[in-house]
Design a protein around this ligand. Structure first.
Ligand SMILES: Nc1ncnc2c1ncn2[C@@H]1O[C@H](COP(=O)(O)OP(=O)(O)OP(=O)(O)O)[C@@H](O)[C@H]1O
Length: 311
């Protein structure tokens, strides 16, 4: 449905997007995940026709963003990072205004507003002024305007930024509900957000795609990297190093003396707990602990984006 081809965006000498290639399928809930400044907003603004690419392009249902900006805008509902709401207006008046702006037939406006009020959970605030609403409700109104003409694709730029945990869960539920029938693309720098909401996560770092897959696939990517930690009593470094040298799968290890014990970290391509246990069993050492470091998406994200996070 959406094909991003060799997309680049420069702002003067700043290279914000450096050659992104991505296919997004119809019906996907896709999370663009990356640290601040990774190039997520630039990519989404090009997709929605609000920014021109420096080179490369995006096709939306075969339409090129460089040529068919208006047709593409009709296919996409867009909620930018700071929602452009008219704060003095009542929610109801604002949504009527948006409906007229988008050219909805007048007889369809009331029924559509009712549907959106239910979908976005704003029925109780329809007659309140926008500036009296909490940030969570403002965001729901923003979602309602993005969904006004029932677009096939919904694009949300950091939709949960600045919300409290309860509001985040509520917006997440609305996104999931919308995602049952639409293609949804949203950006976030919060990993748990992407993990909880998306079918697919694309990690963007420094303007390029650093990883792409389902949350489960991304976790699997790390299968090759295993770290076993163990603590030994009654051992000594020399004998331990001799024993470790008999296990060719070990790529590297670290040994730390801790009172009378040795704390050992062992890095390998596979889980070596069993091999280690069987070797240690034949010694007179006491194995106080043996564990495999649990892989999490957090680790993957940190590993892939370390440079920027450390900055
Ligand atoms: N209008 C602009 N003029 C100059 N530089 C810009 C402009 N917009 C973005 N940039 C720079 O481009 C890079 C990518 O920004 P972008 O907003 O696309 O990233 P992001 O991943 O969405 O980050 P954030 O979450 O902080 O918005 C950053 O270094 C940013 O400072």
């Amino acid at each position: 449905m959406i094909e991003i081809k060799d997309l680049e965006k420069n702002y003067g000498s700043t290279k914000a997007v450096k050659g992104i290639n991505l296919s997004i399928n119809s019906g996907e809930i896709l999370g663009l995940l990356g640290p601040n400044g990774a190039g997520k907003s630039s990519t989404l603004r090009i997709l929605t026709g609000y920014l021109k690419p420096s080179s490369g392009t995006i096709f939306v249902k075969g339409l090129d963003v460089r040529e068919s900006e208006l047709e593409i805008k009709k296919l996409i509902g867009y909620l930018p990072e700071s929602a452009p709401l008219y704060s003095e207006m009542l929610v109801y008046d604002y949504l009527i205004y948006i409906a007229n702006l988008r050219g909805l037939d007048s007889e369809n406006i009331e029924p559509r507003l009712k549907e959106l009020a239910d979908l976005c959970g704003i029925r109780s605030v329809m007659h309140k002024s926008i500036n009296s609403l909490s940030k969570g409700y403002k965001q729901r109104v923003g979602l309602a305007q993005a969904m006004m003409d029932d677009p096939e694709i919904l694009v949300l730029d950091e939709p949960t930024t600045g919300l409290d945990p309860n509001q985040i869960v509520e917006i997440r539920n609305i996104i999931r509900e919308i995602g049952k029938t639409k293609t949804v693309i949203f950006s976030t720098h919060i990993l748990s957000e992407a993990e909880a909401t998306c079918d697919r996560i694309v990690i963007i770092n420094s303007g390029v795609v650093a990883a792409d897959g389902t949350p489960a696939q991304l976790k699997q990517m790390m299968e090759g990297d295993s770290k076993v930690e163990l603590t030994l009593k009654n051992s000594n470094i020399e004998d331990l190093e001799r024993l470790l040298s008999q296990i060719p799968q070990i790529e590297s290890y670290k040994i730390m003396e801790n009172n009378n014990n040795l704390d050992v970290s062992i890095f390998a391509k596979e889980d070596l707990r069993e091999t280690l246990y069987l070797k240690i069993k034949d010694t007179n050492w006491i194995l106080l602990s043996l564990s495999l470091e649990v892989k999490s998406l957090e680790n993957i994200f940190r590993k892939l984006t370390r440079e920027q996070i450390d900055e």
